[in-house]
Design a protein around this ligand. Structure first.
Ligand SMILES: Cc1ncc(COP(=O)(O)O)c(C=O)c1O
Length: 329
């Protein structure tokens, strides 16, 4: 358990760095990074910016950007070509849930290609990893389980309090190698169980984040988690369907998950609608920029979002748009 997805991704990528360098015959613990073989890192053009930050913290430099499609999904063929261009260890970082479109990278294809090139695959699933809990959404996450590591947030889709990311790493040795403490003579150790939690994350002292996650999972159960995620995606679909019917409002993405990106004619109007909405204070949706356009970004993430909230959101956006239009006339 980490502070958030930023550090969960960092943890997965740190394990990747440790394993790839060990396999290349380089003792990272002893010599550090100076003089180590270079690790090539590949990310989709629309990865979350915090991935770059994690790679920077790890001394891996800026990643190579792989082209994406109109929903922000990484394109597998260019990934193949780019991985073929150079020798050396590689990390491929994929995304489950694009923050503007909610889109998921094509895991099956991309992971098969990455494997062929011996790359470590990490998935940033800050809010999207949870789609795997819903049978009807299985198509979005197909193949995702074949990755080596995953980062997600319980403080997003699961709705536990902030400060709760989760790193999942298949290779225990790499995770311990990257994050473990060599000597802690004064502590009581878990010699036979799953290991000490502090051996798996960047921090030593921290609060018991697992407790809130356990409580949420225990009270919701498998069906409850699925219903919660299904509810968020359903609300996003209803908001987008209804707003698409309002003349002058454009839904820019395929709404397959919890995200909706809206435009209202030109960028200036979209920005004005976003500002007006915040001023009205009934709903929070942030202005953003996606694929060359200003957008109003809807991210349905609160478990309690119900049909009334959908009505409130649709009404708030429609009247903010109407107010901006009439102010312009
Ligand atoms: C796709 C994605 N990755 C990473 C992050 C970073 O997560 P956190 O803020 O929990 O560190 C976010 C959102 O903040 C996100 O949406």
């Amino acid at each position: 358990f980490t502070t958030g997805a930023t550090m969960a991704n960092f943890t997965g990528l740190a394990a990747a760095r440790w394993r790839l360098l060990a396999d290349a015959g380089w003792n990272l613990d002893r010599y550090g990074l100076a003089g180590a073989p270079r690790i090539r890192c590949f990310v989709g053009q629309e990865r979350h910016d915090t991935i770059d930050m994690g790679l920077r913290y790890l001394g891996l430099g800026s990643p190579t950007l792989v082209p994406t499609d109109d929903q922000g999904r990484l394109l597998a063929d260019p990934l193949d070509t780019m991985l073929s261009e150079g020798p050396g260890p590689a990390i491929v970082c994929l995304q489950a849930g694009n923050l503007h479109s909610g889109a998921f990278d094509p895991f099956e294809n991309a992971i098969r290609i990455a494997r062929r090139h011996g790359a470590w695959v990490h998935v940033d699933g800050a809010f999207g990893l949870w789609a795997a809990a819903v049978p009807e959404l299985a198509g979005l996450t197909a193949g995702m389980a074949q990755a080596d590591s995953w980062g997600t947030d319980a403080h997003k889709t699961l709705n536990v309090p902030y400060d709760c990311g989760i790193a999942i790493v298949r290779d225990t040795g790499a995770l311990r190698g990257a994050m473990g403490l060599a000597t802690t003579s004064y502590m009581v150790h878990d010699a036979e169980g799953p290991g000490d939690p502090f051996q798996k994350v960047p921090e030593l002292s921290r609060r018991g984040r697992g407790i809130t996650v356990w409580a949420a999972l225990r009270s919701l159960g498998r069906e409850g988690v699925a219903a919660q995620v299904r509810g968020l995606a359903g609300a996003a679909a209803r908001i987008s369907r209804r707003l698409a019917e309002v003349e002058g409002i454009e839904v820019l993405n395929d709404v397959d998950y919890t995200q909706v990106s809206l435009a209202f004619g030109d960028d200036a109007i979209t920005r004005a609608v976003a500002a007006r909405l915040i001023e009205d204070g009934k709903v929070w949706m942030s202005g953003s920029h996606w694929q060359g356009r200003d957008v109003l970004r809807v991210s349905v993430s609160n478990w309690s979002t119900d049909a009334d909230d959908v009505d409130t959101a649709v009404e708030a956006v429609s009247s903010a748009f109407a107010a901006v239009k009439s102010a312009g006339n």
